[in-house]
Design a binder for this molecule. Structure first.
Ligand SMILES: Nc1ncnc2c1ncn2[C@@H]1O[C@H](COP(=O)(O)OP(=O)(O)OP(=O)(O)O)[C@@H](O)[C@H]1O
Ligand SMILES: [Mg+2]
Length: 285
């Protein structure tokens, strides 16, 4: 059974007004338990809207959202429970920090879940470890931290709820490569350790290639591609048509194949490409 399933889901902003906008149209997707799924699409394609449907922050105009086979809107009063199970890290979450210490900020979610003090402090320790923060930041005021550190605090606040599904909207946007690696590495570790299902939005095809098992492509509110990473990145022409690109290095491999130099098409990193080219020249892989 799929961990999450969207069935004929549509979503409208400004329903019944003159600026009514259909942000998602008849979306059907299934997300496998324990997988990392990347959601990509140009700006305004409906990515953030889709994420908000997954934890009940938004309600579909039509269709159903299932979590472990159960319609999340079956009992609307219990939607709060869904928000603990499906943890959403919004775009630029650092702007939503509000407590006077990092510790209190990370504790906010677990406190709402009604956990004991000792359970909360254990979860805080675990969460900061995932995002690579040291315990001495806990007593600091979040506003005294760097932008990248604030982002990590915000992510730790969601991880501390130990969600079964971790949903992240552009968690690495605007960070330097090191900050990006720490956050994406932390997300990967969280999945490895807990078996959680991860859904992540990113504009970086390189990051998506490195991290994701499956990829969903949205264009103007519709799912236009949905498959394994290899299946989706094999569609470089289709991706280009909707203004997206496969990783540069993958494009180079496709181009070599098109010119009759037979190399592995499913290559996403420079190291793998270097090994493949060395093989062509008779070197060791
Ligand atoms: N609060 C809102 N009111 C009205 N329209 C909205 C609202 N939020 C989003 N939209 C519209 O819905 C569509 C989908 O927006 P959404 O934010 O889901 O896209 P996105 O793929 O996340 O874009 P980005 O890459 O810029 O974050 C866009 O056309 C957007 O203008
Ligand atoms: Mg968005």
């Amino acid at each position: 059974m799929a961990k999450i399933k969207l069935e004929n889901v549509s979503f409208l902003y400004g329903k019944g007004t003159s600026y009514c906008k259909e942000a998602l149209k008849n979306v059907n997707i299934e997300i496998k338990e324990g997988s990392i799924t990347g959601l990509i699409g140009h700006t305004g394609s409906g990515k953030s809207t889709m994420l908000q449907l997954l934890n009940g922050l938004a309600k579909p105009a039509e269709g159903k959202v299932y979590l472990d086979g159960e319609d999340i809107w079956e009992k609307p009063k219990e939607i709060g429970k869904v928000r603990f199970r499906v943890g959403l890290v919004m775009q630029y979450p650092e702007y939503q920090l509000f407590e006077e210490t990092v510790e209190k900020d990370i504790a906010f979610g677990p406190k709402n879940m009604g956990l004991s003090e000792s359970e909360i402090s254990e979860r805080i320790r675990e969460a900061i470890d995932f995002v690579g923060l040291s315990p001495d930041v806990l007593s600091k005021n979040p506003f005294d931290l760097s932008g990248g550190q604030k982002r990590r605090v915000a992510i730790a606040g969601v991880i501390a709820m130990r969600p079964e599904v971790l949903v992240l909207d552009e968690p690495a946007a605007g960070l330097d490569p090191q900050g990006r690696d720490i956050i994406l590495g932390g997300v990967f570790k969280y999945r490895e350790k807990t078996g959680a299902t991860v859904i992540i939005v990113s504009h970086s095809m390189e990051d998506m290639a490195r991290l994701c098992d499956n990829i969903i492509v949205l264009s103007h509110g519709e799912v236009v591609l949905n498959g394994t990473r290899d299946e989706v990145f094999a569609q470089s022409q289709m991706l280009e048509k909707i203004g997206l690109a496969v990783p540069q290095i993958t494009l180079l491999m496709h181009e070599l194949n098109a010119r009759g130099i037979i190399v592995d098409n499913g290559i996403y990193t420079e190291e793998a490409a270097a090994a493949e080219i060395a093989r062509l020249f008779g070197g060791a892989r």
